[in-house]
Design a protein around this ligand. Structure first.
Ligand code: FEO
Ligand code: CA
Ligand code: CA
Ligand code: CA
Length: 593
């Protein structure tokens, strides 16, 4: 049921026309400037990007691949200077390496991996921390800044919290069960109130191969996580990714990672108290009593919405006192009831079914198998929970549910079977208290084309043909409390448009009105959206441009040497298409949106 024509929107910009082409497009009156591309130098001694002569050593000093989460951490309270933190979620080998794709008899194949290629891929994963400055109104990376850092799939990290040192995370290389090499598939993330960078480990199953030894205790655990999926060939060269040789290694991934960006030598910590699943992101908010609440989505069909409430309180005057807040607290999973009520169910060892009889000897077992614990508690299976963004002013949080075409039976919180376009749920915590264990929920939007009745979209009637979207993925709340939504999966064949960034009204009569602010080149998804604290810039991450663009104007699956659907952003025959972070500013300066 479409909403009635609404009142005044809190946004005021001329809408971009939805569509598909090789370039990106931003609203009139704005500039969209490429800030950092895959391969760009991050240090004075970094080599220039040379796609035909890549190396692990070069990639470790350059911006990584497939930028996803983007965060901005101000330095010394300045508005024109800060650290940009960016996740590099995964690699698209067919778009990265020249000459590895062949087409024979209409069949496309990618050459078997080599150790060199795998090591470059591992160096292209992880994250980037880089100082940026605004000079004459335009952001630039500062290559000689002291805090610049690359984090990769081989960076040493510490397991921290209840799972650290547990038998189930011990390996041949790490008999103590405390030291892990690297982080992988960092999708969305967060910046904590104390200025650390959170990287969420999402689709970790793809990196593991091999077969568990017969009767291994992790068989059920790994099955629930889809491990091993063997999408990458890393295990052929690094035995820790082969579960036959290192059966516990997958228990060391699937966590939330916290990085102290103010110390470039700090050892990132995998904060096990926040559970192990396919973490989309971890956006946080300080509750009224000073405890800090992290909202966590588990991006899989029929998986769950979580939140973590720290035991300790945030101290704005003592940064050091906050640095281990994420090691102690309560992890909850959401049950959405048919009547619009909801409950946050604690995942605490010894409570309810989370006992030794069910295979949970300690809290470490509950956390290693968070999904199974949540199953037993009666959580509500959702349509792929992605980013969840709290609005600190209203006590509400917005849950992106991207889609679920495998759903047969609708329920109140997942109201469409075969949900191709996803929806957004608004959580209203009781008493506007983010630590509440009960609340209410509403559906803010059912996504998809409102002109197609059977889709059942609920955008307001003020929403134009450019303004609707499908597949919400990331979200941001800006300093004025306004909601921005970016998408993953809109394509020429199903929506006649690329992904992009939409501005969505949540208040008053305009609630449910959406308009298009920016759209990406063909094949890309849009990640990040990160409004600067002073609202003069919107940073966005253009991920996997040119990929999956195979249904656009007859282009085949693109590769470096094939007939690409786009060569964004360089548009040069010598350069592959490249993921990049873009800074959107208003021409002449001023507030975004
Ligand atoms: Fe990596 Fe859930 O998107
Ligand atoms: Ca995502
Ligand atoms: Ca977000
Ligand atoms: Ca996604």
């Amino acid at each position: 049921q479409a909403r009635a024509a609404g009142g005044a929107s809190v946004f005021d910009f001329p809408e971009v026309e939805a569509g598909v082409d090789a370039d990106h497009h931003v609203a009139d009156g704005y500039d969209a400037d490429v800030l950092l591309r895959w391969g760009d130098k991050l240090f004075p001694d970094a080599p220039d990007f040379d796609p035909a002569n890549q190396s692990q050593a070069a990639q470790e000093r350059q911006f990584g691949y497939n930028n996803d989460f983007v965060g901005f951490i101000p330095l010394d309270g300045a508005t024109d200077r800060g650290l940009l933190v960016v996740n590099h979620e995964y690699t698209n080998e067919h778009l990265m390496f020249p000459g590895i794709v062949t087409v024979a008899d209409g069949k496309i194949s990618v050459a078997d991996a080599t150790q060199e290629r795998v090591d470059i891929e591992m160096a292209a994963h992880g994250g980037t921390i880089v100082e940026i400055r605004k000079i004459d109104g335009k952001w630039q990376p500062v290559l000689d800044a002291p805090l610049n850092r690359r984090i990769t799939a081989t960076t040493e990290m510490r397991l921290s919290g209840p799972v650290a040192g547990h038998d189930r995370v011990k390996t041949l290389d790490d008999p103590q069960g405390t030291t892990v090499l690297g982080t992988i598939n960092n999708c969305a993330g967060g910046v904590t109130p104390w200025g650390t960078y959170i990287m969420a480990e999402e689709n970790i199953h793809g990196y593991f191969q091999g077969e568990l030894p017969d009767g291994h205790r992790e068989a059920g655990n790994y099955k629930r996580m889809g491990i091993p999926a063997g999408d990458y060939q890393w295990g052929r060269f690094h035995r820790r990714f082969d579960v036959a040789q290192e059966p516990n290694e997958p228990n060391r991934f699937g966590w939330v990672v916290e990085v102290d960006v103010h110390d470039p030598g700090s050892v990132p910590k995998k904060r096990t108290a926040l559970g192990r699943f396919k973490h989309e992101g971890a956006e946080s908010v300080v509750a009224r009593d000073g405890r800090v609440v992290f909202y966590l989505g588990d991006d899989e069909r029929f998986d769950y919405v979580y939140k973590f409430v720290t035991a300790g309180r945030f101290d704005p005057d003592n940064r050091a006192a906050n640095m281990d807040l994420l090691d102690e607290g309560t992890l909850y999973v959401a049950r959405f009831d048919e009547d619009g009520a909801m409950e946050w169910l604690p995942l605490v060892h010894g409570q309810g079914p989370l006992t030794a009889e069910n295979g949970f000897e300690t809290q470490a077992d509950v956390l290693i198998e968070t999904r199974r614990a949540a199953d037993l508690m009666g959580a509500t299976p959702m349509d792929r929970p992605e980013d969840i963004q709290p609005n600190p002013e209203t006590g509400r949080a917005y849950v992106m549910l991207t889609n679920n075409t495998k759903r047969d039976k609708a329920d109140a919180a997942n109201p469409r079977a075969n949900n191709a376009f996803g929806h957004i749920i608004e959580i209203l915590e009781d008493g506007q208290d983010f630590t509440a264990t009960t609340g209410r929920w509403e559906i803010l939007l059912q996504c998809g084309d409102p002109a197609v009745a059977e889709v059942g979209a609920t955008f307001s009637t003020e929403t134009t043909r450019n303004g609707w979207f499908g597949m919400p993925d990331n979200a941001a709340i800006d300093a004025d409390g306004r909601l921005w939504v970016s998408t993953d999966g809109n394509s020429p064949s199903d929506t006649g448009r690329t992904d992009g960034l939409w501005a969505v009204d949540t208040e008053g009569a305009a609630r449910g009105t959406s308009r298009l602010f920016y759209r990406v080149p063909v094949g890309a998804e849009l990640c990040g959206p990160c409004p600067s604290p002073d609202m003069t810039t919107m940073f966005v991450a253009i991920q996997h441009p040119g990929d999956g663009g195979d249904d656009w104007e007859g282009h085949g699956r693109p590769s470096y040497y094939e007939d690409l659907s786009t060569r964004w952003p360089d548009f040069s025959e010598d350069m592959p298409v490249r993921p990049a972070v873009v800074a959107i500013t208003r021409q002449g300066g001023g507030r975004i949106g």
